[in-house]
Each structure stands twice: as C-alpha cells, then as structure tokens.
Design a protein around this ligand. Structure first.
Ligand code: NDP
Length: 480
C-alpha cells in the first residue's frame, strides 16, 4: 500500500472537513476517531458517507495508522482542546520516532502549546500549535491557518497546510509560519477576541436601527448589504445580512425566535485574561466578553426589568442621518478594535520574543477566517511599510479616517446611551480611543489618592521621569 502523507485524528465537524479538504488537494489521508459509539460510530459513519469515493482511509487503531505513515510522520489533531490533546499525545508517543511531527489544530490555550512544544522537543518530536479559523465551511473549502511552534516542522508541513488554506483575492494562501512556542495559538486567540468585539458591535448597531428607527429585519438587511459593499465589507456583515433575511417554514424571521442569551467557548476570555496579565488595555474584547456574560443571565435581566420598569423609548430620528451616523460609528469602533488586538499581539510578542510579523498576520486573515474584512489589506500595507509602528492608529490614512468619523461616532454612542440602550463595546472603543489621544489625563488624581492613603509616591510634571516624590498630605498649613 502506498504510504500516507498525513494522519488526521478527531472526526468532529472540523476534522471531517479538513480530511476531505486534504484529500481533495491530493494528499493521502488516514483518519482515526476515539472509540465512542454514542450516539454513533463517527469513524464508520464518516468513511461510509462523507468520505465515500475519496482516497481517505479509516483506522480503528492508532498503531496501525502510524505504521502506514510516510516518515517523518505528520499527525494532525483536531480534537477538543484541553486534556484530550494531552491524552492523545501520551498515546502517540510510544508509536512515534525522532523527527515526527504533531500538529494541534484545535483551539488550545497558548500556554498549553508552549508546554507541549517544550515537552515534545525532549522526545525529539516537533510540535506545532496551529490556529485554524473559518468554521466548518473554511475547514472544507479553505481556512485561515496560523501555525507556530517548532520551526523544524515547517518545511515538511508547509505544502500540506498551504494547499488546504483559503486563497486571498491575489491567490496567496492564507497560511504562513507565525512564530515559535505558542505564537500560532496566541494569534488565533486574538483573532477570536477581535471576532467577539466585531460581533458585539454589529449586534449593537442592529439593535439601534431596529429600535430607534423601528425598521424590520428586511429593511435592516438592506442597510447592512449596502454597507457591505463599502468600507465595512466583511464576512460577519455578510452573514448578518443573510441572518436578518432568513425565515423558517412558517414565514417567521428565525432571528426573532432566538432567545437573547449568548454563549461562548473561552477564547475571548483568554484574550481578556491575558491582557490583564500583561497590563495591556483590551476594553473592546473584554467588554464583548462581559456583554455575553450579562446576556446569559436572562432571568436576572427579566427581574431587573420589572423592578425598574423604565419607560420604553419613543425616539424620533431621521433615518438617513442616523444610518450614516451608525455606519461611521461601526467603522471607527471596528478599526479601533483591530488596532487594540494588534497592540495586544505587540506586547505579547515582546514578552515572549516571538518576533511576530503583523503584516503577515493581517495577510493570513484576509480570507477563510471569521474576521476577514476589507480592512485587512490596509492593515497589512501599514505594517509592511512600517513594521515597527507602535499603534495602527498612528498610520496617516487611519488617522484621517478616524478623524472624519469621530463626530458621528460620538453622536452614535451618545444617542444610544440617551435612549437607554446598552452599547458596551461601541462605548468601550470610543473611550479607549479618547483615552489614547488624551495627553494630560486624570491619572494625576489617581496618583494623588494613592499617595495620600498608601504613600505610593508620584512623578512630577516639573521633574525628570523616574524621580518619585511623596507628599505630606496631612500638613494643611498652605492649603486654600
Ligand atoms: P466536535 O465537538 O465536533 O468534535 C470534537 C472531537 O474531539 C471529536 O472527534 C471527539 O471525539 C474528539 N474528542 C473529544 N474528547 C476526546 C478525547 N478525550 N480523546 C480523543 N478525542 C476526543 O469539535 P470541532 O470539530 O468543532 O472542534 C475540534 C477542535 O477545533 C476544537 O478544539 C475546537 O475548539 C476547534 N475549532 C473549532 C471550530 C468550529 O467552528 N467548530 C473552528 C476552529 C477551531 P468523539 O467523536 O469520540 O466525541
């Protein structure tokens, strides 16, 4: 039998489609799924249905699959993140040899990936933590792929990963080496964090149009469709338009039947936690995570709604004017959300010495992934021209765009707050931006209070940086 190019372990939604994608691109693929027959045998089901007529081979035992692989062996894990990844690695280790490669394509926490890269290097096995974005459709037809870890693996896995990646408009595969250690999974985590922010922004704008203008879903879809042909063009806006139009068999909009409690799997929370650990602002992503937490407590919200019984708003706004305001607000807030995500990666890259290439990351995100949008070409060019730019918002073109959107953006946030709509992410992005551009902030008051009650000291505006002073606040002789 001709030896196999790659083993794919884990036949969930993603694993099955990735295997089909690899097969379609000419790779000889062997697949395995753990033996659980509840509710059915996934391996048998896959081989006899979706994989029928392909060259994909199913294996019930890991050792027989490993023995059929070309060397160095390439094993792609697509299983639930966390303990399952370690369990599979433990089972694989006795079956592997020096130089073999394990790729973890799941949404693993980057610190787990760092540990696995280190531990497996001791066994001379190359470990690659590989962010994969694009959902099941991307897995089948082309995903955005972010591999990082042991660089020795890259020449071997590059042709396979590039072949199954989405292709940007210029034909470039949306896959490139990201960096050492947990860099690949870190970048995927930030991608998902930006996705959280972007989704919440779209939801806030949808809600505002629906309630301030009393538009139905079809009318809102028309607005979003038009926006999607301009500077806001993105996959998320495109699917929002389709969601708004979608009706069930009884003619009801499905969106209106969906209970308003949102779930999450954890990558947004990881981004927020990591930002806190690195003392880096990440208000936009963090507010989006908190918005989902608040939304999930439907019972409390119902009780509070009845308890406060606030008046329903009956606002009257000019449709055309408000739509233009909201378009600018969404544009500016989204751009600042991306900028904040890239800033977080800057800090992490310095801390972990990953030497991330931000232009390359933006290029990887141009197609296949959930946050693909027209911004990404512009972001890639900014970083290509100025790889060391401190913040995306320092770019001249973005400066002009934000400045021109700012008056509308402020209006958008204030209208929504005035009418009593929560806009946690739209306002977080504006607050972050205003905080960034405020030269003399209110932090002097914070330092004064810290010094007053805790003798934490402060620097002075009339002395060089790095000199610290403590005031005797209880000496009131000269006070007015
Ligand atoms: P599914 O829930 O569809 O499948 C999970 C897979 O993991 C199944 O094959 C399951 O096997 C296997 N598994 C679970 N526990 C174990 C274990 N202890 N040992 C061995 N195998 C185990 O998940 P997805 O395909 O959606 O996701 C797979 C990974 O990809 C996850 O890390 C996910 O976060 C990530 N991901 C998912 C995306 C998506 O859009 N769904 C997008 C990008 C990444 P069994 O059949 O026996 O239960």
């Amino acid at each position: 039998m001709e030896k196999l190019d790659i083993a794919l372990l884990g036949l969930g939604v993603m694993g099955q489609n990735l295997a089909l994608n690899m097969d379609r691109n000419g790779w000889k693929v062997g697949v395995w799924n753990r033996h659980t027959f509840e509710p059915f045998d996934r391996l048998a089901e896959f081989i006899t249905n979706k994989a029928k007529g392909t060259g994909i081979l199913g294996f019930g035992e890991l050792d027989s699959l490993m023995s059929q692989l070309k060397t160095p062996r390439v094993i792609f894990l697509m299983v639930k993140a966390g303990d399952p990844v370690d369990e599979i690695i433990d089972n694989l280790l006795p079956l592997l040899e020096k130089g073999d490669i394990i790729i973890d394509g799941g949404n693993s926490y980057f610190k787990d990936t760092e540990r696995r890269v280190r531990d497996l290097a001791e066994h001379n096995i190359s470990f690659v933590g590989c962010g994969v974005s694009g959902g099941e459709e991307g897995a089948l037809n082309g995903a955005s792929i972010m591999p990082g870890g042991d660089y020795k693996a890259w020449p071997v896995i590059k042709p396979i990963l590039k072949s199954i990646a989405a292709k940007a408009e210029d034909g470039t595969p949306c896959c490139d080496w990201v960096g050492p250690g947990g860099a690949g999974h870190y970048v995927k985590m930030v991608h998902n964090g930006i996705e959280y922010g972007d989704m919440q922004l779209i939801a806030e704008v949808y809600y505002a149009i629906k309630h301030l203008l009393d538009y139905d879903n079809g009318q809102i879809a028309e607005i979003f469709q038009e926006w999607n042909s301009g500077r806001l063009k993105s996959y998320l806006l495109e699917i929002t338009t389709k969601i708004l139009r979608h009706k069930d068999y009884s003619g009801h909009y499905v969106l209106d039947l969906i209970l308003d409690t949102s779930g999450q799997k954890g990558t947004g929370k990881w981004s927020a936690t990591n930002a806190l650990e690195m003392d880096t602002p990440l208000d936009i992503i963090t507010s989006a995570v908190f918005a989902r937490n608040l939304a999930s407590n439907k019972e409390l919200r119902s009780v509070m709604h009845n308890h406060y019984n606030l008046n329903e708003h009956t606002p009257v706004y000019d449709g055309k004017d408000l739509i233009s305001i909201l378009e600018s607000s969404l544009y500016a807030a989204r751009l600042v959300g991306y900028a904040q995500g890239f800033s977080l990666m800057h800090v992490a890259s310095e801390e972990h010495r990953w030497n991330l290439d931000y232009s390359s990351i933006a290029l990887i995100w141009r197609a296949g992934c959930i946050i693909r949008s027209s911004f990404l070409n512009e972001i890639a060019s900014v970083y290509k021209e100025s790889p060391f730019i401190q913040n995306l918002l320092l770019d001249d073109d973005f400066n002009r765009a934000i400045k021109s959107a700012l008056p509308q953006w402020k209006k958008g946030v204030s209208y929504m707050l005035k009418e009593g709509f929560p806009v946690p992410v739209m306002s977080a992005s504006l607050n972050y931006f205003l905080g960034l551009v405020t030269k003399n902030s209110n932090a002097n008051m914070i330092q004064a209070m810290r010094d007053y009650f805790g003798a934490h000291s402060f620097e002075r505006v009339d002395c060089p940086r790095g000199e610290f002073f403590h005031e005797n606040w209880l000496d009131t002789e000269n006070d007015s």
